[in-house]
Design a binder for this molecule. Structure first.
Ligand code: GTR
Length: 377
């Protein structure tokens, strides 16, 4: 059993010395959008891909969408409900994943859409849409279409069996690579295939799309949003270590703890940073920057110390410099973490912290939808 050293005492957080997002490997100081987009952003994407998450491959030969009807529509007055089997073929092999989609009836044209990446295990008889975690009714009533899939439809959340899904079926060569695709790559792959579906559905306005994930799925949402610019808004709830929180703070869950408990989530190279956070060539504020000029939102819960709420906020504060310093957009997070009271809902980047424990709640979603509305206009 690995030794677990967990710090939840702010006075023991080390002084932060973070890698500079705006100096390239060759020492070039980045000021312009073109140097950012052509030089520094691709460098950082490669570092996140090779050292942390592994790729989300998008090469395949064929994709088909088949409507199946296995469950009744829980909201027949508000929405059309579709269960879609997405079948993807590569090199003579296929993988099929399941997507759940609600299209609001009250809309005159195509609806903006929010996808929830859902990692909770799904029992066949479980309610598809629950209050709180995925508050479908509240989302529909605000005029959004909404969809979700379960991670297990592409990769079981288990260190021994995670590859028994899309990775073994379509991308088996990834398993032998230390920088290869693992669970987050697989879940991200599913989110991208959901986007492929949205693009061909006339009742969905995929240009107004938000990907939402909580905790381990919040980490997935960030890596997916970084990889795939089709997402207009990226929302990461209480995603903590390997998600929104700065790794170098070593507050709550650490790189070593997460790699020991969940060795299948990140690629093998990330294990080189166990207890070596200071040698990471990136930190998580740079992941927030990958979304720009699209919009990004983090949220935290006061009692969720395991996920390091302050580290999540600092990462948003620091990461949002991409909008001001490079894209010349106005964004500001002037309030110190300790004084935060109300949600910071603005164009491009936002944040809230609510009372309570680690969870995804209707309160969180209400802030997300305010943020989406502002950024979709
Ligand atoms: C925890 C894990 C966190 C977070 C959480 C969750 O056990 O340590 O990184 O992802 O699970 O997904 O709820």
């Amino acid at each position: 059993m690995a030794q677990r050293v967990v710090n939840q005492d702010e006075s023991k957080v080390p002084d932060l010395v973070l890698p500079d997002p705006f100096v390239s490997k060759s020492g070039l100081v980045i000021h312009s959008i073109s140097d950012w987009e052509n030089i520094r952003r691709p460098e950082l994407m490669d570092l996140f891909k090779n050292e942390v998450y592994g790729p989300i491959p998008s090469d395949f030969e064929e994709i088909t969408f088949t409507e199946v009807s296995e469950n009744p529509n829980p909201f027949p007055d508000l929405a059309n409900f579709k269960e879609i089997d997405i079948q993807v073929s590569r090199k003579g092999n296929t993988h099929t994943m399941r997507l759940y989609v609600f299209l609001p009836k009250q809309q005159s044209g195509p609806s903006p859409i929010t996808l929830l990446v859902d990692h909770r295990p799904l029992e066949p008889d479980e309610e598809i849409a629950e209050e709180g975690y995925w508050p479908v009714e509240a989302i529909l009533k605000r005029g959004f279409a909404t969809a979700s899939f379960h991670g297990e439809t592409v990769a079981p959340d288990d260190a021994d069996t995670f590859s028994e899904g899309v990775i073994s079926n379509l991308y088996p060569e990834e398993l032998t690579k230390p920088e290869g695709m693992r669970t987050f790559g697989a879940w991200g792959w599913a989110a991208m295939r959901a986007m492929d579906y949205f693009e061909q559905e006339p009742l969905i306005d995929e240009k107004k799309s938000a990907i939402v994930g909580h905790s381990r799925s919040g980490k997935t949402a960030l890596w997916t949003g970084a990889t795939d610019p089709r997402w207009a808004v990226v929302i990461s709830n209480e995603s903590g270590c390997g998600g929104a929180a700065l790794s170098r703070r070593k507050f709550g869950e650490t790189v070593k703890i997460i790699n020991t408990s969940f060795p299948h989530w990140f690629n093998d190279n990330f294990k080189n940073y166990n207890d070596q956070e200071d040698s990471l060539p990136i930190d998580q504020h740079m992941l927030a920057m990958m979304m720009a000029p699209r919009a990004v939102y983090f949220s935290s819960a006061r009692e969720d110390l395991w996920a390091d709420p302050k580290g999540e906020y600092l990462s948003m504060q620091l990461g949002s410099r991409i909008y001001t310093d490079i894209y010349n957009m106005s964004v500001s997070f002037p309030t110190p973490f300790e004084q935060l009271k109300s949600p910071i809902i603005q164009e491009h980047a936002g944040y809230h912290i609510r009372e309570g424990k680690h969870d995804l709640t209707l309160e969180d979603w209400n802030h997300f939808m305010d943020f989406m509305n502002l950024n979709f206009k």
